[in-house]
Design a protein around this ligand. Structure first.
Ligand SMILES: [Zn+2]
Length: 133
């Protein structure tokens, strides 16, 4: 998994605007996003925002930023920008092909639950024991 800017090519760090999850308090505050394994992670904001960000609840917003990166990843990098000139950044597979999310383990199929009522063989039998509506 790699970050790809349509102008610069592959880059190590992309920016993620805090406005998407932090509203006005984080408008224009760019979180530095890196690829770690199969995840996008952030632990720092860009240098010009560090003073401002240090007055905020850092742990809370770093956590919120990482949470929102899960959605960014689902959208193959939608919303990420290049630190150089603000161009759009997309996520590509290591071989340069379009990003495909790792296969999630399929949940074991469970058939519909069938309830068996003892002694009930027809709908009428069942309904006659029910309270009137
Ligand atoms: Zn770029």
């Amino acid at each position: 998994m790699k970050l790809f800017c349509d102008k610069c090519g592959y880059i190590d760090v992309a920016h993620h605007d805090g406005y998407g999850f932090g509203d006005r308090a984080l408008e224009g505050v760019m979180f530095e996003v890196k690829v770690e394994g199969t995840k996008l992670v952030t632990s720092e904001v860009e240098s010009s925002s560090r003073d401002y960000f240090s007055d905020l609840n850092r742990d809370k917003w770093i956590k919120a930023a990482n949470k929102s990166l899960e959605d960014v990843l689902d959208e193959a990098g939608e919303g990420l920008t290049c630190p150089a000139e603000g161009n759009d950044v997309i996520i590509l597979n290591d071989d340069g092909s379009d990003y495909t999310p790792p296969a999630s383990p399929k949940k074991a199929f469970k058939g519909p639950t069938v309830r068996v009522f003892k002694g009930v063989t027809t709908l009428e039998d069942y309904l006659k024991d029910q309270e009137p509506l």
